[in-house]
Ligand binder design. Structure first.
Ligand SMILES: Cc1ncc(COP(=O)(O)O)c(C=O)c1O
Length: 501
């Protein structure tokens, strides 16, 4: 089997079942909108199509095929009950233009999700609209920008980010038109209050930060950082990509933040990857709520005549914030993703804190297991800092700088070697402040056996000689690619034979 575009296909049509009777009555598109030339699809039968997609899926790696310890990206198991719920007809088959009385059930789910996210983050109002963490960042900084404009504080044009920040933070702020001010972290990887003091002034609009930070370390001085920024009249933005470590234990509200985004596709299970499908709702304190994109779902007591469609004595309806920055997505965003996360959240309820505790426990267990195995094998000189003395949160970083200097083995080599062991590689070269960085996040959904096996295999890879490792991976459908070439010469479609002639 190979790519279906390589098939010549049968002349005419491949085998398929007869068209449904309904097809004859379908409304034809106006001629101006129809194709002038037939699409260049290979003519394949239905079984050939199914084989093609099954073949493609087998060339892929996913959380359902193996351990996926991608730091910062939280690839956790998606309980299948989420899928069953998201596909219920009352959820999957509705249209946003249906009248409110048709969709009270779905609206009540959205409302409950908004409320649950408000509670876990300590915010006052949530919008579900953004469909990725990065889009949430952009949306929130735009709301903050409008807030300052409404107060006449148009000179607030600067956004502070630590040098360990995820790249989307400065990118989102720059897209909104802000100037980025990067501050150095302390040697221990935490934020430096003096560095914040040195840059805040009446031009500061926002400080964007995640906690635990991108090194997987909790920022114990976050409340003081918020005080400094607030005293200068700025706002605090919480990048919620690392919520998995703190849910039910603390909250951005308690830490002094004014706005947050949630990566539903990381924290609340469901499929995640390849840029989608995601969901990045944002939550804000009251003073920013009127700037949020709508529609938001609000509830009110029912009026006379609504009883037949209402859920108990409540009515759920769309609401448009008065001074909204405008839409960033269609309607309520990615409805399926919200429903999956709602199902996950509902199952955990107050037990969410155990989810975070297990995520943190798993990360620390794996970190120690790797060091233990490395010591046993006599290769612990390949990491920067010996056995860990601090407690990581839900993820941790390893610096393979010594391995590179002594043996010519880079973080990328180890990552590629792990592919040959049947694992997804951890994140490499992020955060940028750690040389030869590998970032590992096991999530709470993996068992001790999986973690022990991974630690063993990780250390086995470290023992492979540099020459062999430079050739890895050897077992994957695509071998090592020239990543710079691939990034500069994006190939997004399969070439047709005619194109090559
Ligand atoms: C710390 C951090 N912030 C923001 C993002 C952006 O989230 P998304 O990928 O949903 O756009 C990520 C994604 O990996 C992240 O790890």
């Amino acid at each position: 089997m190979s790519n279906l575009f390589d098939h010549k296909g049968a002349v005419g049509k491949g085998y398929s079942q007869p068209q449904p009777l309904l097809a004859a009555h379908m409304i034809a598109l106006p001629e101006s909108l129809t194709r002038k030339n037939p699409a260049r699809w290979p003519r394949l039968s239905e079984p050939e199509m199914v084989r093609h997609y099954t073949w493609l899926s087998k060339r892929n790696f996913g959380i359902d095929t193996g351990f996926y310890p991608l730091g910062s990206c939280t690839m956790k198991h998606n309980p299948r009950i989420n899928e069953v719920i998201a596909q219920l007809p009352g959820i999957a088959d509705v249209h946003p233009h249906q009248p409110e009385h048709h969709i009270q059930g779905l609206l009540s789910i959205f409302h409950e999700m908004q409320e649950m996210l408000e509670i876990c983050s300590g915010m006052d109002q949530v919008t579900l609209q953004p469909v990725a963490g990065a889009q949430g960042e952009f949306t929130a900084v735009r709301c903050i920008q409008e807030y300052f404009r409404s107060r006449g504080e148009t000179q607030r044009t600067k956004v502070i980010v630590p040098d360990s920040a995820h790249g989307t933070n400065p990118a989102s702020a720059a897209m909104a038109g802000f100037e980025i001010v990067e501050i150095p972290s302390r040697d221990d990887g935490r934020i430096d209050l003096d560095a914040i003091r040195a840059v805040v002034d009446d031009e500061t609009a926002v400080m964007m930060i995640t906690n635990p930070n991108t090194l997987g370390l909790f920022e114990p001085e976050i409340a003081q950082a918020a005080e400094i920024v607030h005293a200068a009249g700025g706002q605090m933005y919480y990048d919620g990509a690392n919520f998995n470590a703190i849910l039910g234990l603390t909250s951005p509200g308690l830490m002094g933040f004014d706005a947050v985004h949630y990566n539903l596709h990381k924290t609340f299970s469901q499929p995640h990857g390849g840029g989608g499908p995601g969901s990045g709702p944002i939550g804000v304190k009251n003073h920013l709520a009127e700037f949020l994109p709508g529609p938001i779902v609000k509830k009110r007591p029912i009026k006379a005549g609504e009883e037949a469609h209402a859920i108990e004595d409540l009515w759920f309806g769309w609401y448009q914030p008065e001074r909204s920055i405008g839409k960033v997505q269609q309607w309520h965003g990615n409805a399926g993703a919200v429903v999956r996360s709602w199902a996950f959240y509902r199952r955990f309820g107050k037990e969410l804190r155990t989810m975070s505790q297990h995520a943190v426990l798993n990360a620390n267990y794996l970190r120690h297991a790797i060091f233990r195995e490395a010591k046993k094998a006599g290769v612990d000189d390949m990491f920067c800092d010996g056995a860990p003395t601090t407690v990581a949160k839900h993820e941790f970083t390893l610096s393979l700088q010594p391995a590179k200097e002594k043996y010519g083995i880079s973080a990328m080599d180890v990552a590629k070697g792990l592919l040959d062991k049947g694992y997804m590689a951890p994140t490499v070269y992020f955060p940028l402040v750690v040389p030869e960085c590998m970032m590992i996040e096991p999530t709470e959904t993996e068992s001790k056996e999986v973690l022990d096996d991974f630690a063993k295999h990780f250390v086995e890879v470290l023992q492979i000689d540099a020459e062999t490792l430079h050739a890895a991976p050897t077992t994957t459908p695509v071998r090592r690619v020239d990543e710079v070439y691939a990034a500069r010469n994006l190939c997004l479609r399969h070439p047709f034979e005619e194109d090559e002639q």
